[in-house]
Design a protein around this ligand. Structure first.
Ligand code: ADP
Ligand code: ADP
Length: 216
């Protein structure tokens, strides 16, 4: 069962005279319950790929299927609904609200401010200090809190763009292992991008990208 399927996807940017094939004829699928790593150097198209999968950008050509629904070219309103229901994002930088503590940052995106659910999610990412403010957290702790927040709406899939780009090696590995643990125990489907060879070797379905195409 594929949650995501990309069919002959191209993303082409034009900078004046300059044409950039950020994605060139990409075919890619993500199976439900899988853990996938997209590995490639800076500028290879990883962010573009994550943004196209997550419906934040429309492909120039090709199709993006989310749970069997042709979603790549949906109008903004309909796209937002698919995003809301199916997709959890984890961006580089934790983007926590600085004036809210860990628990409040998790309850914020909830409709019913369910503190018990928020506590459970923090427990799942191994974070117990509910009252800690973002400025009191290490980068790695902040990343785990933002992961808990990404899980609030029980999405089908978590998309994480370079979640370890600003972490030291040990923290990077720790964070990826937490994602893998949640993938196993919570049946969470995860797609992670990285430009770090060591991270790419930590396991899961690995795909390598360079200049907008997959390396065989
Ligand atoms: P990565 O995430 O691997 O660093 P990106 O997907 O960010 O790669 O970028 C891939 C290529 O597409 C780069 O050459 C980048 O400059 C270009 N690119 C990405 N986004 C845009 C944009 N909005 N406008 C123009 N070019 C872009
Ligand atoms: P990353 O390296 O994490 O992939 P980038 O620095 O490549 O991130 O991209 C950050 C933002 O800048 C993205 O929204 C992307 O669309 C935009 N961007 C990247 N390259 C270009 C470019 N050449 N021209 C315009 N916008 C760009």
């Amino acid at each position: 069962n594929n949650i995501v399927m990309l069919e002959d996807v191209w993303k082409i940017y034009k900078n004046g005279e300059h044409v950039i094939h950020s994605l060139a004829n990409i075919n890619y699928s993500v199976e439900e319950g899988s853990f996938s790593i997209i590995y490639g150097p800076s500028g290879s198209g990883k962010s573009t790929l994550i943004r196209v999968i997550g419906l934040l950008e429309k492909p120039t050509m090709g199709k993006v299927w989310i749970k069997g629904k042709n979603s790549g070219k949906l109008a903004q309103k309909k796209r937002n609904i698919v995003i809301r229901d199916e997709i959890g994002f984890l961006f580089q930088g934790s983007n926590l609200i600085p004036t809210l503590n860990a628990l409040e940052n998790i309850t914020l995106p909830m409709l019913n401010s369910d503190k018990n659910l928020a506590k459970k999610l923090l427990e799942k990412v191994g974070f117990s200090d509910h009252k800690k403010l973002p400025k009191e957290m290490s980068i790695e702790e902040g990343r785990r809190v933002s992961l808990a927040r990404a899980m609030v709406n029980n999405h089908s899939i978590i998309l994480a763009d370079e979640p370890t780009g600003d972490l030291h090696t040990a923290d990077s590995e720790k964070f990826i292992k937490i994602l893998q643990e949640l993938n196993r125990t919570e049946d969470l489907t995860v797609v992670v991008t990285t430009n770090n060879r060591n991270i790419s070797k930590l396991g899961g379905n690995l795909i390598e990208i360079a200049d907008g195409t997959f390396v065989q």
